[in-house]
Write a protein that binds this ligand. Structure first.
Ligand SMILES: Nc1ncnc2c1ncn2[C@@H]1O[C@H](COP(=O)(O)OP(=O)(O)OP(=O)(O)O)[C@@H](O)[C@H]1O
Ligand SMILES: [Mg+2]
Length: 156
């Protein structure tokens, strides 16, 4: 297995981590290789969402988005990791999640985001669905190098 270290992933995802003014209040990384890891991510995200006092609906949206992206990291990226950061813009707090892998990358991001597009016999709803469930959504993907998908949910 081509293990991606937390440091590698953060470096890879660095273009997605530049949010001028947003202070990182906490930082945690979890591995993403197995179904159990997906369960772990769901739990972590739920805990953070609760701590941020997101409504039950917003908590569920965030957990659902995280779940979809975690599954993609494992299924298409060959595994990787997730970085979870509590961030503070000065005005509000939020949770940023970055899902990173060193898999094949996404050749056509527009196509991958289209509802119904799948290369793996799925429903093709994960990426587009995740995007609609969060406040910010970014993909950095390089052919043959890997993919990083960053999402942010703010406490409104
Ligand atoms: N981390 C990734 N690395 C490489 N390709 C990816 C990655 N994530 C998504 N993709 C590509 O984007 C496509 C669309 O992803 P999406 O999550 O929307 O659908 P799916 O996973 O195929 O199906 P579903 O999530 O509905 O079960 C995938 O089929 C795959 O080709
Ligand atoms: Mg998917």
């Amino acid at each position: 297995m081509n293990a991606l270290s937390a440091e590698d992933a953060v470096r890879f995802a660095s273009t997605l981590l530049t949010e001028p003014g947003a202070r990182v209040k906490s930082d945690i990384t979890l591995p993403l290789h197995t179904d159990e890891h997906v369960v772990g991510v769901r739990k972590l995200v739920r805990e953070h969402a609760l701590a941020l006092k997101l409504s039950l609906v917003e908590q569920t949206k965030l957990v659902t988005a995280a779940s979809e992206l975690a599954r993609n990291t494992i299924k298409y990226g060959g595994g990787g990791m997730v970085l979870a950061q509590v961030i503070d813009s000065g005005m509000r707090q939020g949770l940023r999640l970055v899902f990173a892998d060193d898999g094949p990358g996404i050749a056509d991001i527009t196509q991958a985001l289209r509802d119904g597009y799948t290369s793996g016999g799925g429903m093709g709803l994960g990426l587009g669905g995740a995007k609609r469930l969060v406040d910010e959504f970014d993909i950095d993907s390089r052919s043959g190098e890997g993919t990083a998908v960053a999402i942010v949910k703010w406490k409104k």
